[in-house]
Structures are given as structure tokens and as C-alpha cells.
Design a protein around this ligand. Sequence first.
Ligand code: DX5
Ligand code: ZN
Length: 226
Amino acid sequence: MSRQDSVVIAPSLLSANFGRFAEAAIEVTAGGAEYLHFDVMDGVFVPNITFGMPAVKAVRPLSTVFFDVHLMIVQPERYIEAFALAGADGITVHAEACTHLDRVLGQIRALGKRAGVALNPATPPDCLEYVLDKIDLVLVMTVNPGFGGQSFLPRMLEKIRRVRELIEQVDNPIHIEVDGGIDATTAPLVVEAGATALVAGTSVFGNPLGVHNGISLLRESYSAGR
Ligand code: DX5
Ligand code: ZN
């Protein structure tokens, strides 16, 4: 199987209609996405507030896809268990928000969930070096977190390649997820650099032909000419 075949699509509910999360979850599932991405924001770590455990719990019965929870919150260790109980399959914390990152990752894994570390654009990936054995996913932010619909930061392509080099040092499989400004133009670039999970809000939920078309266009963009 080629690397492109193993790329997963993770539509972000941040760009869905907040009054219709149930429909969004059903559409994403029917559209063939492997993940559903929950952008949790606390108004402190990022200048925006979105939703929390109740949103995950409400949507859980409606979809069997992987619930990919991205915690853009300070002291995320306070809520790891609550998100696990709400139905998260994977929980990603920001390296910048954790005083004891190694301990938080162990907490996520102890709950039987996949553990992820997110890096803001300015954060070098070397901070992952001593926790690579404890993670299942690295989230390279390709925008500054807080809002959907922002422009992709091309400098992050270099960071994706660096993360790919880092994770090639260990045996445990680690997804390289990217988040922010991912569309049919940027998706081929990030996949080529090494991304294997694509968070997409605007390009999926903002697609005039619907969610399914948005997901299909993304997949075709990096699969073309293989
Ligand atoms: C930023 C958010 C966004 C969102 C995707 O904090 O994490 O990156 O998921 O937004 P789009 O796909 O609209 O750039
Ligand atoms: Zn996110």
C-alpha cells in the first residue's frame, strides 16, 4: 500500500453548522472520512471558545469513525478522562500547554486512547524527541490555532519533513496530522512532505457541492497521477 493510500481525512466540526452537528457527523461518515476532528478551544490557550465533552458525547452514537479530539486548552490533563468517557478515540494535547507532557501522554494511553501532540507553528519538533515512544500522532499546525478559514503556512512543509525524519527513528506507528488551510491545493504538498492525516474544515464543510464532494476532492488531489 502506498503512503497516499494510508492517508486519512479528518473533517473538522469547527467549520460545520454548530446547530447541525448530528447531520455533520452523519455526512462525514457517509462521505468516507476515517476521522471526525473536534477542535476544542478554551478562550485562554487560543483566542476563541468552541465546545467540549458534551459535543463529543452527543455525536458519539451517530458515527463509528475515529473521534479525533484536539485540545487547544491550558492544563489539558484536567479533562483527559472526561473526553475519553465522552467518546474520544484519540486525544491530542498541545506541547505548549503541558508542563509535564510525558505524564499527560501516559494518562491518555492509560485510558486506552491514542495519544497525540500538537505543535504550534513556532514550536520546533525537537520537543518530541523523548516522548516518541508514547505518541500515536503528531499534529503539525499549519495555521496559528484558533480559527478556521486561515491561510496555510508554507514554512510548515519543512517542519513536516523534520517530524517525518524524527518518527522514522522509532518503531511505533505515528500519524503526522496537519491542521489548517488544508484544501485540494495544499493537500498534495503536505502529503508529499509526509503528512498522513489531513484535518480539513472549510474545504469540506464549505464545499458548495457538499461534504462528500469536499472529501472526494481532497482525496483526489493527492492521489492524482500516482
Ligand atoms: C485552528 C483549527 C482549524 C480547523 C481547520 O485552530 O484547528 O485549523 O481545524 O480549519 P480550516 O480547514 O478551515 O483551515
Ligand atoms: Zn484541530
